[in-house]
Ligand binder design. Structure first.
Ligand SMILES: Cc1cc2nc3c(=O)[nH]c(=O)nc-3n(C[C@H](O)[C@H](O)[C@H](O)COP(=O)(O)OP(=O)(O)OC[C@H]3O[C@@H](n4cnc5c(N)ncnc54)[C@H](O)[C@@H]3O)c2cc1C
Length: 316
């Protein structure tokens, strides 16, 4: 199945994002521990979006959950019928991601609080890297990824701050001015989060021995170029990318898929998740076909279709 480009693009995107977010979550947790150690009382950071560390931690929760929800749904779809059977637990994970949007603080509200503080310049300095000629740069250039991420975040913050200021200079109340720019704020905080995640992944790759870094580099490029693709309209409007660069993205992602394929097994094993923890038949063999019993929903269960070599699983 992985020979199909549609499967590759979706699943490698999920793998790249999962790696990137794992690198970022690890870095955020390390920062939290470091802050607790330096704090004489060993307490976690005070929950306030005015505190940059707390802001990063709450944003890490929001962007991780948003990505998890999207990626699990994509993985479920890529598994076809097997993906919808409860026994394979993809729906369960998807449900968990959906619930996590509200649990532990509403993700959107946490993200908007963080955006409001950053747009107001509270304990925030926009990233400063500016590229001289981004339109002449290679899509695979790490400096292009970082430069575009920095420029986009800096310009978005400045534009939003100016728009809100202009509105209140006229006759809008601060609440009205904010409300009219809430979508921009949501986009800005996503761009800020994606920049932090990219930086975390690049830092993690730099620390690895060459062999491991070699497997992760194409994945990192995949993550970065997909982020450029997502922001392509904005980047073109701001003349930070040339149309030729945007048009080259699909071919570049295909080429990266070819570089990732030989490393997929190792990249999956590196998560170190034991089979018995996964506990799902879908990962026990490619050919098992299981129809879960769900009498309550009126679905006849107990049907098992098996190809040679498949693992038989019967669900009561
Ligand atoms: C499993 C689970 C565990 C939880 N555990 C805890 C817990 O331990 N402690 C705790 O305190 N709470 C907990 N919660 C509650 C959770 O934090 C609340 O869901 C959250 O406070 C939002 O309240 P609400 O769900 O009533 O939504 P509402 O506040 O009514 O919001 C409804 C919708 O409107 C949007 N919205 C609301 N206000 C604004 C605004 N100002 N601007 C833009 N959009 C807005 C929200 O994003 C949401 O989409 C838990 C929730 C769940 C599902």
């Amino acid at each position: 199945m992985l020979r199909h480009r549609s499967q590759q693009r979706a699943l490698y995107s999920a793998l790249a994002t999962t790696y990137a977010l794992t690198c970022h979550a690890d870095r955020a947790k390390q920062a939290r521990v470091a802050a607790m150690i330096s704090n004489s009382e060993g307490k976690p950071p005070h929950p306030s979006t005015l505190d940059p560390l707390y802001r990063t931690l709450s944003l890490t929760k929001a962007i991780t959950v948003w990505a998890a929800e999207r990626l699990i749904a994509e993985c479920r779809q890529r598994c076809g019928a097997r993906g919808v059977f409860a026994v394979n637990r993809l729906l369960e994970y998807e449900g968990l991601a959906i619930v996590s949007n509200a649990a532990g603080g509403d993700n959107l509200l946490m993200a908007l609080d963080a955006a409001k503080a950053m747009i107001g310049g509270i304990a925030y300095r926009a990233p400063q890297t500016e590229l001289a000629e981004p339109k002449d740069m290679d899509l695979l250039d790490e400096q292009l990824w970082l430069g575009l991420a920095h420029s986009r975040e800096r310009i978005m913050q400045a534009e939003l701050a100016a728009r809100i200021r202009r509105a209140t200079d006229w006759d809008a109340t601060p609440t009205e001015a904010w409300n009219d720019n809430i979508h921009g704020a949501r986009d800005f905080v996503s761009v800020h989060g994606a920049r932090l995640v990219l930086e975390s992944m690049l830092a993690a790759v730099r620390r690895l021995p060459e062999e491991a870094a070699g497997a992760l580099r194409p994945l990192c490029a995949f993550f970065a170029i997909e982020e450029i693709e997502r922001g392509a309209a904005w980047l073109l409007c701001h003349e930070l990318l040339a149309p030729e660069q945007v048009m080259a993205v699909p071919e570049q992602l295909n080429a990266l898929c070819d570089q990732i394929t030989p490393h997929v097994e190792v990249l999956l094993e590196a998560f170190g998740i034991p089979e018995d923890v996964l506990g799902v038949p879908i990962s026990a063999g490619d050919h098992s076909m299981i129809v879960a019993a769900d009498d309550a929903a009126g679905v006849p269960g107990q049907h098992i279709e098996q190809e040679p070599g498949a693992v038989a699983v019967r669900i009561p």
